[in-house]
Ligand binder design. Structure first.
Ligand code: SF4
Length: 425
C-alpha cells in the first residue's frame, strides 16, 4: 500500500480510508453479514433469502489492493420541517452525485413526502419536477363553509382532500411492498398517543399516499387521517427525525437530513396572527423535542446533515431551487468530509468538492463570549458530549473543536445570556 504524502490531505484521507477498509474487511470475515439483516416488512423472499441482502451492492474498489466493503445497510432519514423539506431533494442529489447507495428510507412529515417519492423510484430530478408542480396556494384551500356552519367544532383550517389527492396522484402505490426501496413514515395516534410507523409489519394497511398524508398532516391545518376509528396527525409532533427507527432497522450507516436548525441569535419577527403563533410554537417545540432525540440517537453511525434553511417558515412559499441548492451544498460538504462517508464517495467528486470547502465539517467549534458568561453551569449539564466544564472562573469550553458533537444546539439554546455561539455546524 503506498505511503501518503504528509502534505496532501486528500491523499492522507484516502490512505486512511484504505487502512480502515482493510480493517473492515478483516472484521467482515468474522461477522455473519446476511443473517443480521432484518426482513423487509417481515416477509421472507420466496427463495428463502432476504430481499434486503439481495439489494446490497458489491463492494467498491478504491484502487490498489484496498477493497472497500462499505456498510451493510445504509438508511436515509428525512426529517419534518414543512416547506423547508424541499431541501431534502438537494441532499438526495448529493447522495446521487457522490455515488452513495441507500438501502432503506425513513421519513417524517415533509420528509415522508420526499422519502416516499424517492423510495417509489424517482431520482432527485424527478422529485424536483413534482416540487415544481406543487403550489401551496393549490393545496391550501380554506374550509370556509364548514367554519361558518360548525365554528370551532370543525377539525382543520384547510381541506385536507386537495393535498391528499395530490399525494395519491404522485404516489399511486396501494401498499408499501410496491415501492422500490423499503420505506417507513411515522404518524402520531391522537387516541392512544402511540407513534405509528407505517411500513412495519403490524402497521395499519393503507395506501402509501394516505400514510404519507397522516405523517404530514399538521394538527389544525389539515384534518387528521382516520383509520379504523383511530386518528393520526403529523409524526413530527413527537418525533421529527426518526433516527430511532433507522437504528431499529439495523442501519450500519445512517444518513440523516434534519431541518430543525435555528439561529438562536436572530429573532424571528412576531406577527399577531393565529397561524403565525401556532406554527412558530410547533416549530420551537420541534426543535426542543429534537434536542433529546439527537442526544439519544445521533451516535457514531449517524452522519447528520442540517441544511441552512431555518429562516424559512413552515408554510412559506419558498424558492424551491434555492432550497435544493442549500440541501445539496450541506450534504456535499458533510458527506465528503465526514469520516464515515468520505471514503465511500466518488473520488472525482470529492476532489471537486474539496476545492470549495474551507473547513472539514466533522467537528463543531464551541465559542463562549467571556464577557457575557455568568458561569451558571447550564451548558456543562446540557452538553451530551462534555463540551463544556462547570467552572466558577475562566473558560467553560472543554473541547474547542468537538468531534463528538450531536449538533442538537442544546447548549446555545439553553444558555441564558446567549454567550455561546457554535461554528462549523
Ligand atoms: S450556559 Fe452560558 S452563561 Fe451559563 S456557563 Fe455556559 S456559557 Fe456561561
Amino acid at each position: 500500500m503506498p505511503t501518503p504524502s504528509q502534505t496532501d490531505p486528500l491523499e492522507t484521507a484516502l490512505h486512511t480510508a484504505e487502512r480502515r477498509s482493510a480493517d473492515a474487511v478483516a472484521r467482515a470475515r468474522d461477522e455473519p453479514a446476511a443473517d443480521l439483516q432484518p426482513p423487509r416488512n417481515g416477509t421472507p423472499a420466496p427463495n428463502g433469502t432476504d430481499p434486503n441482502t439481495a439489494r446490497v451492492p458489491q463492494p467498491r474498489t478504491l484502487g490498489g489492493d484496498g477493497v472497500v466493503p462499505g456498510p451493510r445497510k445504509v438508511v436515509l432519514v428525512l426529517g419534518g420541517g414543512g416547506m423547508r423539506g424541499w431541501s431534502h431533494i438537494g441532499v438526495i442529489r448529493a447522495i446521487e452525485r457522490l455515488g452513495l447507495r441507500v438501502d432503506e428510507v425513513v421519513g417524517t412529515s415533509m420528509g415522508a413526502v420526499i422519502g416516499g417519492l424517492y423510495a417509489g423510484g424517482l431520482d432527485s430530478f424527478g422529485i424536483e419536477e413534482v416540487a415544481e408542480e406543487f403550489s401551496v396556494k393549490d393545496y391550501f384551500k380554506l374550509n370556509l363553509l364548514k367554519f361558518l356552519v360548525k365554528g370551532y367544532r370543525h377539525a382543520s383550517v384547510y381541506k385536507g382532500s386537495a393535498f391528499r389527492d395530490a399525494l395519491a396522484r404522485f404516489m399511486p402505490q396501494q401498499s408499501f411492498a410496491e415501492l422500490e426501496k423499503p420505506f417507513f413514515c411515522n404518524a402520531l395516534s391522537l387516541t392512544s398517543g402511540v407513534m405509528q410507523y407505517f411500513g412495519l409489519p403490524d402497521a395499519p394497511k393503507t395506501a402509501v399516499a394516505d400514510a404519507i398524508y397522516a405523517s404530514s398532516t399538521l394538527p389544525g391545518v389539515f384534518e387528521p387521517l382516520e383509520i379504523d376509528g383511530d386518528f393520526f396527525v403529523d409524526g413530527g409532533m413527537a418525533e421529527c427525525l426518526s433516527l430511532k427507527l433507522a437504528h431499529a432497522r439495523g442501519g450500519d450507516l445512517i444518513l440523516a437530513s434534519d431541518l430543525s436548525i435555528k439561529d438562536h441569535h436572530a429573532a424571528t419577527p412576531y406577527r399577531a396572527t393565529l397561524p403565525h403563533i401556532l406554527f412558530q410554537t410547533y416549530d420551537l417545540m420541534g426543535v426542543a423535542l429534537n434536542e433529546h432525540n439527537l442526544h439519544r440517537y445521533a451516535d457514531d453511525k449517524v452522519v447528520l446533515m442540517r441544511p441552512k434553511v431555518g429562516h424559512i417558515g413552515v408554510l412559506d412559499s419558498p424558492d424551491v431551487s434555492e432550497l435544493i441548492r442549500l440541501g445539496e451544498r450541506e450534504a456535499l460538504e458533510m458527506l465528503t468530509t465526514h469520516s464515515l462517508t468520505r471514503y465511500l464517495c466518488d473520488p472525482d467528486t470529492v476532489v471537486e468538492v474539496d476545492r470549495t470547502i474551507r473547513r472539514p465539517r466533522d467537528y463543531v467549534q464551541l465559542d463562549v463570549d467571556p464577557g457575557a458568561c455568568i458561569h451558571c453551569g447550564i451548558c456543562a449539564v446540557t452538553c451530551a458530549t462534555n463540551g463544556f466544564a462547570e467552572v466558577k472562573l475562566g473558560s467553560v469550553v472543554r473541547k474547542l473543536h468537538n468531534y463528538e458533537c450531536t449538533r442538537d444546539m442544546a447548549c446555545e439554546r439553553s444558555c441564558p445570556t446567549r454567550a455561546i455561539r457554535l461554528h462549523n455546524l
